[in-house]
Design a protein around this ligand. Structure first.
Ligand code: 3PY
Ligand code: MG
Length: 264
C-alpha cells in the first residue's frame, strides 16, 4: 500500500483555504461526529486537555474514514513525544510556543529521518508506516510531513521572520489567547493592539512564503484575517460548541441564568 497523501500540506502550499476546529473532548466518538461536519481539518489538542498518545491514536482511527485532515498539537517540543506521534500516524503537527528559528529548526529535524533530521526508525512497530505495509515508508515519510509552528508571544513575534523562513516549516499559526497574555492583555484576544499584531504577523508570514493561520471564532474577524492573507483558520472548539449549545438548550426550557462562553 502507498503512504497517505497529506492533503493539508498540499492545501497550505497552494494557499487553499482550510477551516477547522479545535478538538479537546478527547473522545473518538466526538471526533468522529466532528469528522462528519464538513470541516477541512480537526485540530486534536494534546497541549491543554487530557489528550495523550493513546487517546490521540483512537481519534486518528475514528477520523480515518472521512475526508478531513487531522492536525495534532503536542504538549511541547520534546522530540521523543513527536516521534511517538509520528509513529501512531500523525502527519501534521501544530507545535505551541515557538519563539526562535532554532526551535523551529529543531522541530523540523524531529519530524525527518536522517540525514535530514533525527527521527528514530521503528517502522515495524508503527501505525504511521502501517507496520511496514506501506512500501518504502521511510523514503516517503518526510515529504508527507507538515509542520506548523505556533507563534504566540512577543518573543516569538520579534523572531517571526526567521521562524517563518525556516526550511521545513509549512505554516505559522498565531495563538491569540497566549499572544494577548504576553502583550499584557490577558483574556482580551479582540484587543485592538492584539488584532493589529496578528494582522501584521499574518502579512509577514505570507511574505516569507509560508501559510499563515490563526484562531478566530468570530466570523467577521475571521473574514478580516482571511482578507489579510490567513490561509487556515481554527474557528472554534468542540468543548465550547457543546457547552454553548447545552447552555442555550437549558435556558430555552428554564431560566437558568446561564451564559454561553467563548469557544476557546
Ligand atoms: C492561543 O490562542 O493561544 C492558542 O493556542 C490557540 O488559538
Ligand atoms: Mg496558545
Amino acid at each position: 500500500m502507498d503512504i497517505p497523501k497529506n492533503e493539508f500540506k498540499r492545501a497550505l502550499a497552494k494557499s487553499r483555504a482550510q477551516i477547522g476546529v479545535f478538538v479537546g473532548l478527547d473522545s473518538p466518538i466526538a471526533t468522529e461526529v466532528l469528522a462528519t461536519a464538513g470541516f477541512d481539518f480537526l485540530l486534536v489538542d494534546g497541549e491543554h486537555g487530557p489528550g495523550d498518545v493513546r487517546s490521540i491514536l483512537a481519534q486518528l482511527q475514528a477520523a480515518a474514514a472521512y475526508p478531513v485532515s487531522v492536525v495534532v498539537r503536542p504538549a511541547n517540543h520534546d522530540a521523543s513525544l513527536i516521534k511517538r506521534l509520528l509513529g501512531i500516524g500523525v502527519q501534521t503537527l501544530l507545535v505551541p510556543m515557538v519563539e526562535t528559528a532554532e526551535q523551529a529548526a529543531a522541530l523540523v529535524a524531529a519530524t525527518r529521518y536522517p540525514p535530514a533530521g533525527i527521527r528514530g526508525v521503528g517502522t515495524g512497530l508503527e501505525r504511521g508506516a502501517r507496520w511496514n505495509a506501506i512500501d518504502g515508508y521511510h523514503l516517503k515519510a518526510d515529504a508527507e510531513m507538515c509542520l506548523v509552528v505556533q507563534v504566540e508571544s512577543m518573543a516569538g513575534l520579534a523572531n517571526l521572520d526567521a521562524i517563518a523562513a525556516t526550511p521545513g516549516v509549512d505554516g505559522v499559526f498565531i495563538g491569540p489567547a497566549d499572544l494577548a497574555a504576553s502583550m499584557g492583555h490577558l483574556g482580551q484576544t479582540g484587543h485592538p493592539e492584539v488584532r493589529a499584531a496578528i494582522s501584521d504577523a499574518i502579512a509577514r508570514i505570507g511574505a516569507a512564503g509560508k501559510a499563515p493561520g490563526v484562531f478566530a471564532h468570530d466570523p467577521a474577524l475571521g473574514a478580516q484575517y482571511r482578507e489579510g492573507g490567513a490561509v487556515f483558520l481554527a474557528v472554534g472548539a468542540d468543548t465550547g460548541l457543546l457547552r454553548n449549545a447545552a447552555v442555550k438548550l437549558a435556558a430555552s426550557f428554564k431560566d437558568t441564568g446561564g451564559a454561553a462562553g467563548a469557544t476557546y
